[in-house]
Design a protein around this ligand. Structure first.
Ligand code: HAM
Length: 415
């Protein structure tokens, strides 16, 4: 038997319905915010991700599925959606003439990570990318889109963490200060943190859960001390708007995000749910990335902001709600009483007619006993059962309402 690849998952039965329900909620929210759908290819030139996400990040340096195609070109499966979105808007000139546009996507992404609850090697991501708008209202509105998702999925066990990482130059300055602080404490670091420090991936030390690292990180200089007055003021305005809108948040100065393209506001929605997803797992992550377009096209300076959410994580966090809200009812379960040609024929006809009227129908042509077929109808969540029995010679069937148990005879033409 050939099994599925580690870190991938199959969707069927209730899980497929939960996924469908989740996607329909996300599509609806996208409509309300007038986001335009884009679908990008599953693989891209590796350079796209190296340049956008950054060569030193874990996502690019360790987790990408990269291979050579038959002509020797380096190709990578998409580990995230922002880089592809930027490529699409530039390649198709979607933002020319000062246009501002908002996009969303629901795509498979691939990261070679150690699989665990809510972490896979292939996962679905819903992402929002908004271009050409730099107002702080857009920053808060973008956070609101994420809150709408959590609200509609009935998720309330989370914490919104925000931070400002200033401009790219501010970050350079901070990087230097952080390096010198960490260097002084190098011997007490865990092997994980030591490796991050030596490989130049210093911000990733903030992801460590090691006790000794956490102790050192407690007194680490804050990025906030290094950001410009403008960035600070911008952050204060965002805070003011969040408070005005009664949106609870905490400032996490160690929140730097694992991708290189951000500036100013960064945010994450972190699970506090012990039961389903587990605590500390990030459900949604995003931020501003005002310089990314310019990195690909120096003639353009287009501000941008976005976030992404992993659908598997979202579904784990919303599990209790989804359990009770996936609609797998069917309208009619047709039971052919005996395997006779006339009964089969009429059942086929009735089913066709009901489906033309948009009802969901299953026909049971099997030779099982009628009582057994009734059991199956109940298991399949049928609202009504129609029995096609001997009375069919008079064009009559029996219809039973499963909920209230009532039943009556009906002429076929009345259906
Ligand atoms: P990210 O923080 O790398 O950001 O990923 C966003 C979300 O994708 C995570 O919070 C998580 O829910 C989900 N995710 C990531 N890796 C996995 C995995 N291995 N298994 C399951 N779910 C996963 C980005 O990808 C940015 N492109 C977000 C963004 C958009 N920033 C601006 N615009």
């Amino acid at each position: 038997m050939i099994k599925k690849i580690k870190g991938t998952r199959d969707y069927f039965s209730t899980d497929a319905k939960k996924l469908e329900k989740t996607i329909s909620i996300l599509e609806n929210i996208s409509k309300r915010y007038s986001l335009n759908k884009i679908i990008s290819p599953t693989f891209e030139n590796t350079d796209l991700f190296s340049k956008a996400v950054g060569n030193e990040t874990d996502v690019v340096s360790k987790e990408m599925y990269t291979f050579k195609d038959k002509k020797g070109r380096s190709i990578s499966l998409k580990p995230e959606g922002t880089a592809s979105t930027v490529r699409i808007v530039l390649e198709n000139k979607l933002l020319d003439n000062n246009k501002s546009e908002d996009f969303y996507y629901i795509d498979s992404m691939f990261r070679y990570e150690r699989p665990q609850k809510g972490r896979q090697r292939e996962f679905f991501q819903f992402g929002v990318e908004r271009f050409g708008k730099d107002s702080v209202y857009i920053d808060v509105e973008t956070i609101l889109i994420a809150i709408d998702i959590l609200k509609e999925m009935n998720i309330d066990k989370y914490e919104l963490q925000i931070n400002s990482i200033g401009s790219l130059e501010d970050r350079e300055k901070y990087n230097k200060a952080l390096k010198s602080y960490i260097k002084d404490n190098f011997n007490e670091l865990s092997d994980y943190a030591k490796e991050k420090f030596t490989s130049g991936n210093i911000f990733r030390i903030f992801d460590s859960k090691d006790e000794s690292d956490l102790k050192i990180l407690k007194n680490v200089p804050s990025i906030f001390e290094f950001i410009s007055i403008e960035s600070k003021e911008r952050f204060e305005l965002i805070e003011k708007l969040l408070i005005e809108n009664k949106i609870k948040y905490v400032i996490n100065n160690n929140l730097v995000r694992g991708l290189d393209y951000y500036n100013d506001i960064v945010f994450e929605f972190v699970s506090t749910d012990l039961k389903n997803l587990g605590t500390k797992s990030t459900i949604i992550g995003g931020g501003r990335y005002d310089s990314l377009i310019n990195k690909f096209d120096e003639t353009k300076q287009i501000p941008a902001i976005g976030f992404a959410v992993g659908l598997e994580r979202l579904m784990l966090a919303a599990n209790d709600y989804l359990e009770g809200n996936v609609n797998d009812e069917i309208d009619y379960y047709l039971i052919v009483a005996y395997n006779e040609e006339l009964m089969n024929h009429k059942a086929f006809e009735i089913a066709k007619k009901l489906r033309e009227k948009q009802h969901s129908v299953i026909v049971d042509y099997s030779t099982k006993k009628i009582s057994k077929k009734f059991d199956i109808a109940e298991k399949r969540n049928a609202k009504n059962v129609i029995i096609i029995g001997n009375e069919i010679t008079n064009e009559i069937v029996t219809i039973k309402n499963i909920k209230d148990g009532s039943s009556k005879e009906l002429k076929i033409k009345e259906i």
